[in-house]
Write a protein that binds this ligand. Structure first.
Ligand SMILES: *Cc1c(COP(=O)(O)O)cnc(C)c1O
Length: 521
């Protein structure tokens, strides 16, 4: 078992460090020759843009700054440290070559308002990437503009609106059907786009209930949003029948492809009959993410829906790339310029370095890893495997810790806190909503067998502790930088100290004073 103890620095905020006048960088003086030629350099700046007061910045030496941020990083945990099996989030290892490409000055120094003739390189990359994504998803054309999966869904729902409006059926087509195993963003996106949401239950096998779907579709159906593989990690077996039912009723089919790593190079949503697909670049194609960003959620559509995609679109005349705004049926813009380009560049590097065979292998190993964990955890015998236990999962598996509730009243949150003590990350908990006390585990393709074995050992140890020493579970975590947080308080805006005032200290430095309320009053 790993002997793990996370650093516990009592780290001040950066403003409290350092000393007045200390610095890590010396700004070069204006050269004499320039002074001679132009005189007072500052006078060249427009008056209203000249600085009146010096900004209050931390005053640190380089070494102090480096140590500050290194200490903070030691209190953190990430994929570069170990397994991070957050179900649905695909926390895979992100190859550093992706960052290298995205940080090339020839790309980072570009400006979105630059004339298109001077940005041919990046336009070629983006155009190539969207063609690759169209091929991978089996769609006709892809927009790279959405900045997240949820924004891709919102765009998808707007395209459904635009389609029904174009056909003169929008006033009747007011409903989007969503299974109860869907990601929570699906109903939210549909509602934001102005649709009513109808929920269809899952059947005993964890798939969409076909009879339930048949009774839910009607001439009010604008479309169906389906997460596949669904949040139980199960591939919707009757996906073609589902597609036919919705199409026959005049609805469109939306594929939530956030979990595309399960089927990369193996199956394509477009071939399954889906009209609109979003993918999560930051999950599937290797960009560091978490804590709310950064991301990209490109949307691919069928040929029929192409005219509704956002503008500008990148076109190629055989010689040069152009930006085209001439799309009268476009839903407009969903984000700035070409989307989150730094994230898209990483995806370009990722796809280029893996190649078609590599992508396929990534899918195979992610599925293999999830099923290996599924079998090993099931063998412990303490964690319940809901829904069809014989059926293989795709990229993730969902267990329930309900058996631990009996007796000591140990909950999924207690178990996940205890997992942290062993130097690995907890899975997603309490999601999907259709499984009580759930642990949703997604190992991804990027972790070794030994790490998976260690994870199983940790879960075995916790199962033993539940019988012999439940207090160890309730007290957890003890080996992390911070111990158990008050989950309610931590997410309650009135009790959070979000802002602080700075005031000068005697030694000329700056000290903080927390506002006692988040609203600053
Ligand atoms: C992550 C995820 C989303 C949402 O993606 P964001 O980029 O976080 O907005 C949607 N659907 C599924 C199935 C997901 O796993």
């Amino acid at each position: 078992m790993v002997n793990f103890k996370q650093a516990r620095w009592n780290e001040p905020i950066v403003f409290e460090l350092g000393h007045k006048g200390r610095r890590g960088h010396i700004v070069p003086q204006v050269e004499e020759s320039i002074k001679r030629n132009v005189g007072d350099v500052e006078a060249l700046l427009p008056k209203n843009m000249r600085r009146k007061k010096l900004p209050r910045l931390p005053e640190l030496s380089e070494v102090e700054a480096v140590r500050h941020f290194t200490r903070l990083s030691q209190m953190n945990y990430g994929v570069d440290l170990g397994l991070y099996p957050l179900g649905s989030c695909t926390m895979k290892y992100n190859p550093k070559i992706n960052d290298l490409l995205a940080s090339l000055p020839s790309l980072t120094k570009l400006h979105p308002y630059q004339d298109e003739t001077t940005a041919q390189g990046v336009l070629e990359i983006l155009s190539t990437l969207s063609a690759w994504l169209a091929e991978i998803t089996g769609t006709h054309e892809v927009s790279l503009q959405p900045a997240a999966g949820a924004q891709g869904e919102f765009l998808g729902a707007l395209i459904m609106r635009a389609f029904h409006k174009f056909n003169g059926t929008l006033s009747e087509r007011t409903e989007i059907i969503i299974p109860d195993s869907a990601h929570g963003t699906n109903p939210a996106s549909a509602a934001m786009a102005g649709f009513n949401v109808t929920i269809v239950p899952s059947d005993r096998t964890g798939c969409l209930d076909i009879d339930g779907l048949k009774s839910a579709v009607s001439d009010r159906t604008a479309g169906l949003m389906l997460t596949n593989p669904n949040t139980l990690g199960i591939f919707e077996e009757k996906i073609e029948e589902i597609a036919d039912i919705v199409h026959d009723a005049g609805g469109l089919l939306y594929y939530d492809g956030a979990n595309l790593n399960a089927i990369l190079g193996k199956a394509r949503p477009g071939d399954m009959g889906f009209d609109i697909v979003h993918i999560n670049i930051h999950k599937t194609f290797g960009t560091p993410h978490g804590g709310g960003g950064p991301g990209a959620g490109p949307v691919g559509v069928s040929e029929e829906l192409e005219k509704f995609l956002p503008v500008p679109r990148i076109t190629f005349d055989g010689e040069k790339y152009h930006l085209s705004y001439e799309k009268p049926h476009s839903v407009g813009k969903i984000g700035c310029f070409h989307g989150n380009v730094a994230v898209l560049l990483r995806a370009y590097a990722y796809i280029l370095s893996l190649g078609a065979e590599g992508l396929k292998e990534a899918a195979e190993i992610s599925v293999l890893n999830a099923n290996y964990l599924l079998k090993k955890i099931n063998e412990i015998g303490a964690y319940e495997l809901p829904y069809d236990s014989k059926r293989p999962r795709k990229h993730e598996c969902v267990f329930s810790t309900k058996p631990f509730l009996k007796g000591q009243g140990i909950r999924a949150i207690d178990i996940s806190k205890r997992i942290l003590d062993f130097g690995v990350h907890a899975p997603t908990i309490y999601f999907p909503l259709i499984v009580e006390e759930s642990l949703m585990i997604e190992p991804t393709e990027s972790f070794e067998k030994e790490e998976l074995d260690r994870y199983v050992e940790v879960l075995q140890k916790i199962a033993d502790e539940a019988k012999e020493d439940p207090d160890a579970i309730f007290r957890a975590p003890q080996n992390t930088s911070v111990t158990r947080l008050d989950e309610v308080k931590a997410s309650h805006p009135k009790s959070m100290l979000l802002r602080w005032k700075i005031h000068p200290r005697e030694d000329g430095c700056i000290a903080k004073e927390f506002n006692d309320r988040a609203d600053g009053k």
